[in-house]
Design a binder for this molecule. Structure first.
Ligand code: ADP
Length: 385
């Protein structure tokens, strides 16, 4: 068996944002050499990985040539040049998760068809070629309000998603090939992270609950554990297991779920990588999602995912009205509170709603952690001076 620790082995990480940075930090703990591919030389992960390669993840040559310099490739993003990955795989490069799994996730239309094919509960949907074809279907009463339009490719953090409640909102329609799905009457948004190694060992992290900010469409508070019944937790695990097995996952996968007001669980979407909804695992769980990704792709025994302590995660987003060199106002103030764990990603410039860092608050009860998290949100501001 390959020994990855303190060896010549090089793990390639495609894209060097915050997820890549935390993965590289986990790898550094075990002296596993990392090389990060990113278009920007001052990307967050580039500051902590052993090696950095300049190049864009959607560029064939950049991805292909990068592949030649590493022994294995993993990702912090699912949108990667597919032809380059397929060519590398053909040559025998180890790539986890598999490029064909990424191909399913990259396109929300194919992703939804995958759920339908394997009877995985998801909101009913239809695929459309363009804005015009959606408008026609609305006029013909084929699409009923309220509905949600999602661009099949290129969406992230809620961009590329339009919630159309009635004819008044029709101007919000986006142009491009889309999934149109029934709007879910959402009671809670939940997430479950699952990992599977090459040997087939599989483990879920406990279910978490997300509170969204209406304006930014980004997670406001993430709560672990979720306020959900045993049955809901069990069902979510079963769904995640089924997806991981049908996708033949090797690596880590975040499954975003809706609990509707009828008490049903529906899959919103999946991400085949570490996820914003798993940041809290660094302090809140026995094994972090980043270490778990390493264990999974390197075919090591998976770590214990149990909760160490209740935790609340808040994103540090750029304040509205500030763009430019970043300043974290109130940083010292929040450090006076016990159980506060800030993670500053190292992005030089702030912009409105840009994810600049996160803070995980741990306490012996979730209620206490929530109270602290709300206070922290009022105290720290990501601005530019
Ligand atoms: P992204 O990939 O950009 O994160 P998502 O598919 O997760 O986009 O959608 C973003 C948000 O839009 C979700 O978190 C949810 O609040 C809302 N949303 C998405 N799909 C639906 C739906 N079918 N019904 C109601 N709200 C939805």
């Amino acid at each position: 068996m390959q020994q990855y620790i303190s060896s010549d082995f090089k793990l390639g990480i495609i894209c060097g944002g915050q997820l890549g940075k935390m993965l590289a930090l986990a790898a550094a703990n075990w002296d596993i050499t990392t090389n990060v591919l990113d278009a920007s030389a001052d990307c967050p992960a580039g500051k902590v990985s052993n090696l950095y390669t300049k190049g864009h993840h959607l560029d064939y040559d950049a991805v292909y040539n990068f592949g030649q310099t590493v022994d294995m490739i993993t990702f912090e993003i699912e949108h990667v040049n597919m032809e380059a990955l397929r060519a590398l795989k053909k040559e025998g490069k180890q790539i986890f998760p598999d490029p064909e799994l990424l191909a399913i996730i990259q396109d929300k239309g194919i992703q939804k068809e995958f759920y339908a094919k394997f009877d995985i509960p998801t909101s009913p949907f239809k695929l459309y070629e363009s804005k015009e074809s959606i408008l026609k279907a609305v006029q013909a009463d084929e699409i009923k309000f309220p509905f949600v339009q999602k661009l099949r490719t290129s969406g992230y953090d809620g961009k590329g998603v339009a919630v159309i409640k009635s004819t008044e909102h029709i101007d919000l329609l986006l142009d491009g090939a889309s999934v149109v799905e029934d709007a879910v009457d959402i009671d809670k948004e939940l997430s479950i992270i699952i990992s599977r190694n090459k040997s087939g060992e599989i483990k879920c992290f406990p279910l978490v609950e997300m509170e969204f900010s209406e304006s930014a469409n980004l997670v406001e508070l993430l709560l672990c554990p979720a306020d959900a019944s045993e049955d809901i937790s069990k069902l979510s695990e079963e769904i995640a297991n089924k997806i991981a097995i049908e996708l033949d996952l090797v690596g880590i996968l975040a499954v975003e779920l809706f609990l509707n007001r009828k008490g049903e669980i529906l899959v919103n979407e999946c991400a085949p990588r570490t996820h914003n909804s798993g940041h809290h695992t660094i302090e809140g769980n026995i094994t972090s999602q980043y270490e778990q990704q390493l264990r999974a792709v390197l075919d090591m025994p998976l770590g214990d995912t149990a909760i160490r302590t209740p935790s609340v995660m808040i994103n540090l987003l750029g304040e509205d009205g500030y763009s430019g060199p970043v300043y974290y106002e109130g940083f010292n103030e929040i450090l006076k509170i016990s159980g506060v764990n800030p993670h500053i990603y190292g992005k030089a410039e702030t912009r409105p709603n840009r994810k600049m860092g996160h803070i995980t608050v741990v306490d012996d009860s979730l209620e206490k952690a929530i109270t602290k998290a709300r206070k922290i949100k009022e105290t720290i501001k990501v601005i530019s001076k």
